[in-house]
Design a protein around this ligand. Structure first.
Ligand SMILES: N[C@@H](CCC(=O)N[C@@H](CS)C(=O)NCC(=O)O)C(=O)O
Length: 143
């Protein structure tokens, strides 16, 4: 009984400490990662205005569900910049509606996740940064 009480007493502060550790880590690393994203952002490819308008039109059926400081999301955003893709970005960390949409559509709050809507209105949810980048390159790197 005494033992159980002792374990219980030491358990709670440990959980709080771990949470505090990760919260602090996020608070310190978050701004640094955002700064890194800005300074390392690739120059976007330049298209003729009419072509860019076509690409923008195609991108309007895409949406990237993401966390602001997720390294995998940053990787995808950098590729979007490189390919000059104006894709809507949906924060699924703090925005409850986006998070709920992602869970309903994909099944879990996994990011980065690209929502692809085809001309018939069918929706596909694509996860894995590598797969998303390959999809974007395959579709837009030659236009
Ligand atoms: N292998 C994945 C890793 C993605 C990943 O770990 N994402 C984290 C955020 S950094 C996530 O979605 N965490 C929430 C969860 O897994 O439920 C990729 O390359 O996209």
């Amino acid at each position: 009984m005494v033992d159980m009480f002792l374990i219980h007493r030491t358990d709670i502060p440990m959980k709080i400490l771990v949470r505090l550790f990760f919260k602090t880590l996020r608070a310190v690393l978050g701004p640094l990662m955002q700064l890194w994203e800005i300074v390392s952002r690739p120059k976007g490819i330049v298209r003729a205005p009419a072509l860019q308008a076509q690409v923008d039109q195609q991108c309007s059926s895409l949406a990237l569900y993401q966390f602001q400081t997720c390294p995998f999301c940053i990787k995808v955003r950098q590729e979007m910049s490189r390919l000059s893709l104006n894709i809507e970005r949906c924060d699924a960390q703090k925005n409850e509606k986006n998070r709920a949409d992602l869970i309903q559509g994909y099944g879990q709050p996994k990011v980065p996740c690209l929502k692809i809507t085809d001309t018939a209105g069918n929706v596909q949810w694509l996860v894995e940064s590598g797969a998303i980048i390959a999809y974007l390159r395959g579709r837009f790197s030659t236009v």
